[in-house]
Write a protein that binds this ligand. Sequence first.
Ligand SMILES: Cc1cc2nc3c(=O)[nH]c(=O)nc-3n(C[C@H](O)[C@H](O)[C@H](O)COP(=O)(O)O)c2cc1C
Length: 359
Amino acid sequence: MQINPHLFILPRTPGQIVWDYRSHKQFELNLEYSIRLAQLIEHPEAFDNSNIIDTQFLNTGILTTSIQDTTEWGWDELSKIFHIGTKNIPCEYIPQNIHEWSRHYLDHCNEVLTSSAPDTDLAHRAAHAMIALPTPSGLPADSLGDALVSRKTCRSFTGEAVSLGDISTLLYLSLGYLKEREDDIDETVAEGLAARRSSPSGGGLNACEGFLLAQNVIGLEPGLYAYHPADHALSFVNPLTGSPLGQLVCGQHFINNLPAGLFLSARFDKLWWKYQHSRAYRMAYVEAGHISQTFQLVATALGLNTWLTGALTDDQVETLLGLEDSPEQPLFFVGCGQSDGQVMCKELKALLNQQGSQQ
Ligand SMILES: Cc1cc2nc3c(=O)[nH]c(=O)nc-3n(C[C@H](O)[C@H](O)[C@H](O)COP(=O)(O)O)c2cc1C
């Protein structure tokens, strides 16, 4: 007898939840069952066929007679629980043809639409006056091919200011709701979900949002600003803290004089509204990745260099963005500015040279 290797246990007064994350089953155990499970965890061979709790554990799959954990994971338990726990999500019925799929999808959408969508704009965003951005410029013709080839991650920025015009173009083309697409909306799209960005968006929800970090932008007070994609405008959120940007990105201080950047966040409440399964969490990062790449390509096409990170000092970033205890959470950061094009900062290069000369 063995304990199912795909369990985790969640204490929740007055009992404990035993979660079989591979088969997506949860069991609530009272004290008696919890104690018995603890005994069997210590001594699985103490399984007793005549003990009703033991047989229930076996019948529900909490105990098993077969060795099941053949997964070569190569990573930590938490990532394994999340990945496997969001795999093969339970689906009551898999549509067998296009007619069944259409009916199934329509039913799902109708069910979702019986509850209203989470507010499009969170309250704190409206608290400050809107700051209109200049009309975005286009990009040079044929710039995509060049940008794809030239984009590279730089870690040495000059600190030179960027223009508000470039920031406007960057924000519009990576996060803005495109005016050019307004006449090209399919009539089947549900009300409130018609806005389109240059990047695809899970469920058309546009769950990702962006906060501009302005350290040196001509015509903009240094600070954090929420971007309003429907209005192509900013609103002030917080001044800079005075501590270097590197503090916010887990000590990567080579980035301290980056003139501008974008914190990408995700509205988990919006995703949950349509997709009530943790698997949708994966999609939040995929969507942020699309937007980040678009930002980098636009910046490159504008003659700027780029840097990016997912290593956020989360608590500090959340405070700065006003997102503490919010269903919207920061996921990623991408920035741009003038650079000497170096992949590494000179301080690390000096250490590497020193190391090299000592060998
Ligand atoms: C998801 C993701 C996270 C990254 N995080 C960091 C980071 O924390 N710090 C950093 O300096 N570069 C980061 N990078 C940049 C990579 O190191 C870089 O893309 C890689 O070295 C390849 O270089 P290239 O971007 O010039 O092609 C990240 C890239 C991605 C896609």
